[in-house]
Design a protein around this ligand. Sequence first.
Ligand SMILES: [Zn+2]
Length: 206
Amino acid sequence: MSSVLSAKHFHDEVSAFAWVESSVWPNGPVCPHCGGVERIGKMKGKTTRLGLYKCYQCYKPFTVRVGTVFEASHVPLRYWLQAMSFMTSSKKGISSNQLYRMLGVTLKTAWFMSHRIREAMRVVGIEPMGGAGKTVEIDETLIGRISDAPKHIGPGDHFSSRNIVLALVESGGSARTFHVGGTAMATLLPFIRANVCPKNFDEYAA
Ligand SMILES: [Zn+2]
């Protein structure tokens, strides 16, 4: 039986870099210093750090770690990916102590990693909204410029660039907004499913 953790990027550092690069840069490397995409070269050489690039627009070096939770850490990327996998797949969460035992890093490193990952999960919202005793309100809103700049904005006014924003608001908690393609349930449901605690969602769907 092969487990999720048998994937190569959890064990091989070159694969780990390739995996993170393809998620962070789906269209190729982007310089985190100047935003350049065109004049970027991969640094090669026996002593060159893995995943090192140089931007020939601003002449600064960088790796995919810059600007991510992996920045300024000496922990191999494959351990970070393992830690993230443990922390996102465990229902009750993983303590720093468990991470320390599972990864074989120092306790201090495990503590640092778990804090960074937890913070990132909170920010990007991997943790589902609407846990025990909480409700999630769902609303869609139109945001956009009004064509011909009418004096009054009324229901009949035409939106020249209409953007539909779906908002999920947790009672007494956080809010998440998404730019969506329409107001049909089929369009909205995937966003709701991906962000709302399943138990809460069942009540909603009922
Ligand atoms: Zn640059």
